[in-house]
Design a protein around this ligand. Structure first.
Ligand code: CO
Length: 462
């Protein structure tokens, strides 16, 4: 029998895409036992924006959240998304921090780490992959899918083979913008199946309306795992619906391992969560609609809305079309980076500035760092004129940027002193210094209050 497995994204990408990652542990705690029974390949529940959101908005310790999910879901593989050498942020960290972060993630309950680099530069995922393997977890090497003259089946096969040689346990195709067509999915999955021995996973978004067809064709090409979201948290900028894909694929003779009764319980649980989010405005109906603009412009939906916001703020929406035409030119000059965070923001801002102020009259600090090679190797050569104009006689670095960074874990630990209660705290601080410190203070205060309360309780009992 043909087999296909499912990764449920409701606790990470679905809520990140629809409600800005604002679901707290208490919000989903009651459904964890059901999620554990559904028969998923994995539960994507950590990494990405969840970590930052816990500290910044939810006053939660992200590590504590992970341990609690682990305890409530002993039978299901827990999965996280990691931005390679960037961990959960936008800048590269030194190797000691990357190794410690990966080791601690596994120690606290993660089974599968999906590791990607925004430029598909394998040097930027090497250390995270190596440490994942050494920690005894599953390393999923990830291809950021994008369309450009230098991205094609051959380049993706080469990337997958490089990752296979690195020892990854699976390959994930990550279509972060939801622009992968059914034909592209079929051809790429087939090529990867033919050229590697590894299981292939497909991650896409419903944004442009392609997802269901794309997942179907990927299944026909032999994809091993697909990412979906429980139906009432699916669609729009989120993933396509778990139950629908399960229904369709089961009918075609695929064994999915999913229990439809349990899926129904999970969906029933999230219905009021969704209703509440719609009512409060946290969930904007706009993100649930199909938006085909990304197909025509070949830029992700999130990037389009950023451009609109920038231009509106400057009262220059009349330049929108001009900026959109500038985007592919900037991208070409920059060597065709995939339009994923942080590259999509850099390209978008640069295109806007080129139109409003003149071609490369103003170049952001981030683009300068990129041209210096601090984000990794561009997929294609960067325009020599742009390099000359921005860097002058300064030469871009040849090697891996992280090699130029001094170890940072011990120094951060010493700096924090007694504010950090664990190595996990130190890692939270390195990843998000301000948010983590504010969180530690609130936590301390809470502990002091709890302590006072306890003493009072004891006195009363006396
Ligand atoms: Co995604």
């Amino acid at each position: 029998m043909k087999k296909i497995k499912f990764t449920e994204t409701v606790l990470r990408d679905a809520q990140q895409s629809l409600i800005a990652t604002r679901m707290s542990f208490d919000d989903f705690e009651p459904v964890l036992a059901e999620l554990d029974k559904a028969g998923y390949y994995s539960l994507e529940c950590w990494g990405g924006a969840t970590f930052d959101s816990c500290l910044r908005y939810l006053n939660e310790d992200p590590w504590e959240r992970l341990r609690k999910i682990r305890k409530a879901c002993p039978n299901t593989k827990l999965q996280m998304l990691l931005r390679g050498q960037n961990l959960l942020g936008y800048k590269h960290y030194p190797d000691d921090v990357v190794r410690k972060f990966v080791a601690k993630s596994v120690e606290n309950g993660i089974d599968i780490i999906r590791i990607f680099d925004a430029l598909n530069d394998v040097r930027n995922i090497e250390v995270a992959v190596d440490q994942t393997i050494k920690s005894g977890a599953h390393a999923s090497g990830t291809i950021c899918f994008t369309l450009s003259p230098v991205h094609n089946i051959e380049s993706y096969i080469k990337l997958a083979k490089d990752m296979e040689n690195m020892g990854v346990h699976s390959i994930c195709i990550k279509d972060m913008a939801g622009i992968m067509s059914p034909k592209e999915a079929y051809d790429l999955v087939k090529a990867l199946k033919e050229n590697t021995k590894l299981p292939i996973i497909l991650h896409t978004h419903s944004t442009t309306g392609l997802a269901a067809m794309t997942l179907q064709k990927a299944a026909e090409a032999g994809v091993d795992v697909i990412d979906t979201a429980i139906s009432c948290m699916s669609g729009g900028t989120s993933q396509f619906a778990t139950e629908t894909m399960n229904y369709v694929l089961t009918q075609q003779g695929y064994e999915t391992g999913l229990d439809t009764d349990v899926l129904k319980n999970i969906n029933d649980f999230f219905k009021p969560v969704r209703a509440k989010a719609l009512e409060s405005g946290l969930l904007n109906p706009v993100v649930l609609a199909t938006d085909t603009d990304a197909l025509g412009y070949q830029v992700p939906g999130g990037m389009l809305s950023n451009l609109v916001a920038q231009l509106t703020a400057q009262n220059k929406m009349d330049k929108f079309e001009e900026v959109l035409q500038e985007v592919p030119r900037v991208r070409a000059d920059m060597g065709y980076p995939p339009l994923v965070t942080p590259m999509s923001q850099m390209v978008g801002v640069q295109a806007t500035q080129n139109v409003l102020l003149g071609k490369y009259k103003n170049v952001s600090k981030d683009v300068r760092s990129y041209l210096k090679g601090e984000y990794g190797k561009a997929p294609a050569p960067v325009s020599p004129e742009l390099l000359k104009q921005v860097l002058g006689d300064e030469k871009p670095i040849e090697g891996r940027f992280a090699d130029t960074l001094a170890p940072a874990f011990e120094a951060a630990k010493a700096e924090l002193g007694s504010k950090a209660k664990s190595d996990e705290d130190v890692l939270s601080y390195i990843a998000f210094p301000m948010q983590a410190e504010a969180f530690f203070e609130k936590r301390d205060e809470l502990e002091r209050n709890t302590f006072k309360y306890t003493i009072r309780e004891v006195k009363e009992e006396d």
